[in-house]
Design a protein around this ligand. Structure first.
Ligand code: SAM
Ligand code: SF4
Length: 364
């Protein structure tokens, strides 16, 4: 299997659809040849992180992006502005790496929250974070205009947390999620990845905790985005296994078809028969892919458009911007990239190619 990430800078291959000069890309939304329109922009603000989750980063970290390679705050805001004003994007989620490590985060959020879509609506803003340091920053982020956060947490057991993330910081994460809720960054969504033999017995306990705290829990199937390329399908805890474990402790009722839309999570109403009820989501990206409804476009911290988490190519906006491209030219390049978005990720296909960047560098 291909070794990615470790010591290997992201390889830039042009996206197949990036036929830049074509007039059909001169105006309009981010449409592709499979009938999808991208409305949801994921912006990675850094590839660095203060945790070392086993499935995401090696203990020594990764060869980090050079500071000069990374977009500056003004450059991020300019590209987000182009996306919202000219390309039909309505929702912007900041991620990483760990986006709370980005010093200019509050300023970037404030500038994004001030944007309006062509219909005059505010942009929906959110942040995906490991929660460390969020307790101190939640209020400021809310004041800057952030609407919601997703906090990643795979276990409620401090020893397991330290084993999975290689850092003893469970209390910081719990405090961060609570502070976000209190600051009104709600509903707080909690993302959990279950790992065979590590925390795969914890699904009901995580759900009980989330329901009591008023958080929306979503389980995510582990995807082949680890830096070592060691992901094995047989090791992954499938959505079906997760639902089996939850079904033993809760009554699960699928939410009506259509409630999912472009959202990756399939949602179930849950009830433990003893007064605890709410919902749970399962993001079964591998076993039940939702590519046909995907409405995402991605921007890496070094200014590359990715049409998909699993893209093997990307389209440069940073160098074009630094070479003096106009907003209209940047928008046309972005449209052309999205035009070439492939129909799906083909993880189950024997010819599946591991992306050339690990998850922490793409932005999860
Ligand atoms: N550091 C932030 C965090 O952990 O929330 C943001 C970036 S992280 C890459 C975003 C999400 O991706 C986290 O919920 C993490 O658990 C998830 N993730 C990382 N590697 C993954 C993988 N190989 N498969 C599935 N989810 C993964
Ligand atoms: Fe860091 Fe998030 Fe990756 Fe964990 S999943 S190492 S918190 S980027």
């Amino acid at each position: 299997m291909t070794i990615v990430g470790l010591g290997v800078p992201a390889v830039r291959r042009p996206d197949p659809g990036a036929d830049r000069a074509h007039p059909r890309h001169a105006s309009g939304d981010l449409v592709d040849t499979h009938g999808r329109t991208a409305r949801d922009l994921r912006v990675s603000l850094t590839d660095r992180c203060n945790l070392r989750c086993h499935y995401c980063m090696p203990p020594e970290g990764l060869p980090w992006m050079e500071r000069t390679a990374q977009l500056g705050d003004d450059e991020v805001v300019r590209l987000v502005t182009v996306a919202v004003r000219d390309l039909g994007v309505r929702e912007v989620r900041f991620t990483g790496g760990e986006p709370l490590l980005r010093k200019g985060l509050e300023d970037i959020v404030a500038a994004t929250a001030a944007l309006r879509t062509p219909a005059g609506d505010p942009v929906r803003t959110s942040l995906t974070t490991n929660g460390i340091g969020l307790a101190r920053r939640a209020e400021g982020l809310a004041r800057a205009g952030l609407r919601r956060v997703n906090v990643s947490l795979d276990t409620l057991d401090a020893r397991r947390f330290a084993a999975i993330t290689r850092r003893d910081r469970l209390d910081d994460v719990l405090a961060g999620a609570r502070a976000a809720q209190e600051a009104g960054l709600a509903p707080v969504k909690v993302n959990a990845v279950l790992l065979r033999g590590t925390n795969d017995d914890e699904a009901p306990a995580l759900l009980r905790w989330a329901l009591r705290e008023g958080y929306r829990l979503r389980f995510i199937e582990q995807m082949p985005l680890d830096p070592h390329g060691t992901w094995q399908r047989s090791d992954m805890i499938t959505g079906e296994e997760i639902l089996g474990a939850l079904g033993a402790a809760f009554t699960l009722t699928p939410q009506p078809d259509g409630s999912r839309g472009a959202a990756p999570a399939e949602t179930w109403a849950v009830d433990d028969g003893a007064g605890l009820s709410g919902t749970v989501g399962v993001i079964a990206s591998v076993t039940r892919p939702f590519c046909g409804d995907c409405d995402r476009t991605r921007l890496t911290a070094d200014g590359q458009v990715r049409t998909c988490l699993f893209s093997t190519g990307e389209t440069d906006l940073r160098d074009r911007m630094r070479a003096g491209a106009s907003d209209a030219e940047l928008a046309a390049t972005w449209r052309a990239a999205m035009w070439g978005k492939l129909p799906g990720h083909d993880i189950d296909d024997p010819g599946f190619l591991h992306p050339t960047r690990p998850m922490s560098s793409i932005g999860g």
